[in-house]
Design a protein around this ligand. Structure first.
Ligand code: 5GP
Length: 175
């Protein structure tokens, strides 16, 4: 697809960010370019429309899942729900703890945001080691949602992150 090539051209690489040895892929130039951003969101929406079952809710992961998730949800005429780091969401919450390279972090979702049996697609910008997406899937298990697909814009295939993800894993651009 020519659109994927156009998007790939403007994703910027930063060596040694946020720490030495890491090659950071920056997707914000895509968001800055309205025609490229449109191509990207169209591709994500087409992908979701190609799934065999109808999606009820888009679940976006803090923070760059918040850039892509709502715009896709709006195009599909369905709702968007955020998964956030601990301490950011009000009300009754469901929580999952996950390990990072150094220490632990927690993801939270509002208790009534997704109901049992709802079909969801989990959206983030990038899959690296897969730890973030795995934690989000565990949170979806806790709320008894049915994960139809985990969808990212970029997948860093060398890190084998998709092996950690317990549900169908999809990406538009692979490095
Ligand atoms: P993982 O848990 O798969 O190792 O890391 C994925 C998470 O870290 C995602 O939420 C993503 O936003 C962030 N991340 C890790 N590496 C990069 C990168 O190179 N570029 C961007 N944009 N995000 C990254």
């Amino acid at each position: 697809d020519k659109r994927i090539e156009d998007i790939k051209k403007i994703i910027r690489d930063y060596q040694d960010f946020p720490k030495p040895g890491v090659l950071f892929r920056d997707v914000f130039p895509v968001v800055k370019d309205p025609s490229c951003f449109k191509k990207l969101t169209d591709l994500l929406v087409e992908h979701i429309n190609s799934l065999p079952e109808k999606v009820d809710v888009i679940v976006g992961l803090e923070s760059r899942g918040f850039i892509f998730g709502p715009i896709i949800a709006q195009a599909l005429n369905i709702g968007f729900v955020p998964v956030r780091k601990a301490g950011k969401l009000p009300g009754e919450l469901i929580q999952v703890e996950y390990s990072l390279e150094y220490g632990k972090d927690k993801f939270e979702i509002q208790k009534d945001a997704v109901t049992e049996g709802q079909k969801v697609v989990v959206v983030d910008d990038l899959l690296a080691t897969g730890g973030t997406m795995k934690a989000a899937c565990q949170l979806m298990d806790k709320v008894k949602a049915k994960v139809l697909d985990c969808l990212v814009v970029i997948e860093l295939t060398d890190l084998n992150g998709r092996q950690k993800v317990p549900y169908q894993m999809s990406s538009l651009i692979k490095y």
